[in-house]
Ligand binder design. Structure first.
Ligand SMILES: [Fe+2]
Ligand SMILES: [Fe+2]
Length: 273
C-alpha cells in the first residue's frame, strides 16, 4: 500500500510566482532517477531470487520510487510548461543502464547490497527534506514532504532486511564501511550527472560528465543545512553498525559538512569554468 497518491497532492494550489528557478533543474534531474526505480527492482529481484518476502517488498518500493518520479515530473511541467517529462525520461532510460543481467549483488554480498541501498535512502531522505524546507512553492513543498517520508521508510525497510542478512553473512565492520563509503562516492557517477543532462539539456547536445556532475552537485549542495548532514550521518552510522549518536558521529557530521562546503565551492568553480 502506498502511503500517498499523486491525486492526493493539492495541484490546484500551484503558485508560479513562488517557484525558485534554481530548484527546477534539480527537480527535473531527480524525476529521471526516481522514475528508473522499476529497473532497480528488476536487478534486486535477480539478486534476491530465492527471497520472496524481500522481492515483494522491493516491488512495492519500486512503485513508490516511480511515483516520486511522476510527481516531480508533473511539478516540473507545471513550473516549465515547455518541458516534456516522458521524452526526457525516455532519453535517460536509453542511455543509462543498470546491470539487469546480474545474478549476484555488485556489492559482493546481499548484506552489502542492502547497506548500499541504505546509503541511497539516507541520501534521498536528506535531499528531499532539504529541498522541501527550501521550497516556497506550496505544491513542491508538499511533494518533497511526502517523498522524504517515503525515503525514511525505505531506509528502515532495507535496514531491517540488512540486519537479517548480516546475521547470516557476518560481514565485518571494515567491509561494511568500505561498501557504504563506496556507494556514497558513486553519487558522482553517471546516474545523477546523466539525469541532469537528460532533464536539462536539449536533445542533440553532447553529454559531458564532468560538467553535468559539477552543475548538479554545486546546485544540489546549496540547499543542505548542517542539521540534514547531522541526521544523515546518524543513519549512515546506524547502517554500518556504529552508534548513531555520540562523539564519533558528531565529529564525522562536522567533518562531512565542512567537506561538503569545500566541494560545493570547487564544483561551482569547475562549472563556471
Ligand atoms: Fe525516491
Ligand atoms: Fe527511496
Amino acid at each position: 500500500m502506498k502511503h500517498w497518491r499523486i491525486e492526493d497532492v493539492a495541484w490546484d494550489r500551484f503558485d508560479p510566482a513562488k517557484v525558485d528557478p534554481d530548484l527546477i533543474p534539480l527537480v527535473k534531474a531527480a524525476a529521471m532517477v526516481e522514475r528508473n526505480g522499476t529497473d532497480y527492482a528488476i536487478y534486486l529481484n535477480r539478486v534476491f531470487g530465492d527471497d520472496p518476502d524481500f522481492r515483494q517488498a522491493a516491488d512495492y518500493w519500486a512503485e513508490e520510487e516511480v511515483q516520486h518520479g511522476d510527481a516531480l515530473g508533473k511539478w516540473a511541467m507545471l513550473a516549465d510548461p515547455m518541458w516534456d517529462y516522458q521524452a526526457a525520461f525516455a532519453r535517460y532510460k536509453a542511455g543509462f543502464q543498470l546491470p539487469l543481467d546480474a545474478t549476484a549483488s555488485i556489492r559482493g554480498s546481499r548484506t552489502g547490497e542492502l547497506i548500499a541501498r541504505c546509503m541511497v535512502e539516507t541520501g534521498t531522505s536528506s535531499y528531499y527534506t532539504a529541498l522541501g524546507e527550501a521550497a516556497q512553492e506550496p505544491v513542491l513543498k508538499q511533494i518533497c514532504r511526502h517523498i522524504a517520508a517515503d525515503e525514511f521508510r525505505h531506509f528502515k525497510l532495507f535496514y531491517d532486511h540488512m540486519r537479517r542478512y548480516l546475521a547470516r553473512e557476518n560481514i565485518g565492520l571494515l567491509r561494511r564501511l568500505r561498501i557504504a563509503a563506496g556507494r556514497i562516492g558513486e553519487s558522482e557517477d553517471d546516474e545523477l550527472a546523466y539525469a541532469w543532462h537528460c532533464g536539462n539539456h536539449p536533445e542533440g547536445q553532447a553529454y559531458e560528465h564532468a560538467r553535468c556532475s559539477a552543475a548538479y552537485m554545486s546546485r544540489a549542495m546549496a540547499f543542505y543545512r548542517f542539521r540534514h548532514i547531522e541526521r544523515g550521518m546518524g543513519m549512515i552510522f546506524k547502517a554500518v553498525g556504529l552508534p548513531p549518536r555520540g562523539r564519533l558521529s558528531d565529529l564525522s557530521a562536522k567533518a562531512a559538512w565542512r567537506l561538503m562546503q569545500w566541494r560545493r565551492q570547487r564544483f561551482a568553480t569547475k562549472f563556471a569554468a
